[in-house]
Design a protein around this ligand. Structure first.
Ligand SMILES: Cc1cc2nc3c(=O)[nH]c(=O)nc-3n(C[C@H](O)[C@H](O)[C@H](O)COP(=O)(O)OP(=O)(O)OC[C@H]3O[C@@H](n4cnc5c(N)ncnc54)[C@H](O)[C@@H]3O)c2cc1C
Length: 382
């Protein structure tokens, strides 16, 4: 698969790069330090009209995963949390677009698109993160709707969201068909949200536990037909997964930017640190890894945009996510090293990149899960 950046892709990159440098970068340290939800950054993204970027023109988007990746990369280069604001809006959007009825699309998508609604997405429970099929939250069919009971953890954006797309096991079904998604509104009786986690990374966007105590939802809260929602939504997430890799590319590039600026200024043994050959080789290795990650992410995104689906796309997207997240961790680690003691100090930005990089190796399918997908395809062809 060959890809080329179109004029639209380049236009998005130029706009986002300028906004990120002028408006986002100055806020990044404070958002991380205070671990406060950045309402001003949400409003900025809203004004830029970026909440539908990967999706259909019908909703004001560009219908381009590649453009979405480029935007995430440019924001993520200066501020993980601002890039994350886009992702947490796109995930419920993508789920409802893929699995929702026309009525659900009409009810939720315009609001998510213009920022008047915020969503969250929840599968993880205390005993099942990677193993989504192990969830125990239950939905029971009752007159006029469903009754949901159970607990979730790590639901990002939930405390600011108007609704959460929640995975629950539908009574009477087995296997993957048993897992279904329900749209639960924040004011539903019996639904409550616990205190946010005190996280080492991704600190600006709250991740909270959710509690469902016999929460009644109407029949039309179910995404798709009973037994069908899970497969449809997971296939849609394969298509958008390159976006997760793009976060790694942006984070790595930002860490290299900071490291390069630091070693240009720093002196040791009567020389500029940037002039030591050992340091130059580290910088070169960081660049090589970032370029490789960027090309994998863009290639997977371009494949998604040109209609690749199924296992072949899942494989490409897993390769991109896996390499980009590992690159983020390696490059951020080397960048901290190049800062010396300053890399450990909260007075410098680089430790934020290091902490955020670790998150990338765990979220949206851990690195081991990505390797499971890759090796299964490689060895067994499925
Ligand atoms: C910042 C942050 C935000 C998050 N936001 C959300 C959210 O919005 N919604 C949501 O639902 N969840 C969210 N999560 C949860 C996230 O999706 C899970 O943490 C992730 O899927 C891993 O699950 P786990 O933590 O239960 O680890 P486990 O699945 O228990 O895994 C523990 C370890 O075992 C490894 N492992 C597990 N299974 C295998 C296997 N088959 N082969 C090899 N190794 C394996 C894992 O890779 C990991 O190293 C978030 C997590 C974080 C850190």
């Amino acid at each position: 698969m060959q890809y080329e950046l179109s004029e639209d892709n380049q236009r998005i990159r130029d706009i986002v790069r300028r906004v990120a440098s002028e408006k986002v970068a100055p806020r990044a340290g404070e958002i991380d330090a205070k671990a406060e939800y950045p309402h001003d950054m949400f409003d900025l993204l809203k004004d830029l009209g970026l909440f539908t970027l990967p999706f259909d023109e019908k909703y004001g988007g560009m219908n381009s995963i590649l453009s979405a990746c480029i935007a995430i990369e440019e924001f993520g280069r200066v501020c993980y949390n601002t890039a994350y604001l886009l992702v947490v809006q796109w995930v419920p959007f993508g789920a409802i677009l893929a699995g929702g009825s026309e009525d659900q699309k009409d009810r939720y998508l315009p609001g998510l698109a213009d920022g008047s609604l915020r969503g969250a997405f929840s599968t993880t429970e205390s005993q099942s993160g990677s193993d989504v099929g192990g969830i125990t939250t239950r939905a029971v069919k009752v007159d006029g709707g469903y009754q949901i009971t159970g607990n979730k953890i790590w639901c990002t954006n939930s405390s600011v969201a108007d609704f959460v797309v929640v995975a629950a096991r539908l009574d009477g079904m087995t296997g993957k068909r048993a897992i279904n998604f329900f749209i639960v509104h924040k004011d539903s009786k019996g639904f409550s949200i616990g205190a946010p986690e005190n996280k080492m990374g991704a600190r600006g966007i709250p991740s909270c536990p959710l509690f469902f105590d016999n929460v009644f939802v109407d029949e039309d809260a179910l995404l798709g037909k009973p037994g069908e929602g899970f497969g449809i939504v997971m296939e849609a997430f394969n298509i958008s997964r390159p976006i997760i890799g793009a976060r790694g590319v942006g984070l790595s590039q930002g860490a290299l930017d900071h490291a390069l600026a630091f070693v240009r200024e720093r002196r040791a043994f009567g020389e500029q640190v940037v002039d030591f050959q050992g340091v130059r080789w580290m910088l070169a290795d960081m660049h090589v890894q970032i370029e490789a990650a960027r090309n994998l992410v863009y290639k997977a995104a371009a494949s998604a945009d040109t209609g690749l689906t199924g296992k072949a796309l899942a494989m490409e997207a897993a390769v991109a996510k896996c390499h980009a997240s590992d690159t983020a961790m390696r490059v951020a680690t080397d960048a901290v090293q190049l800062f010396g003691a300053a890399g450990i100090s909260a007075d410098y930005p680089i430790n934020r990149y290091f902490r955020d990089a670790k998150v990338l190796q765990i979220v949206e399918g851990t690195q081991q899960i990505q390797r499971n997908i890759i090796s299964r395809y490689l060895v067994d062809g499925v």
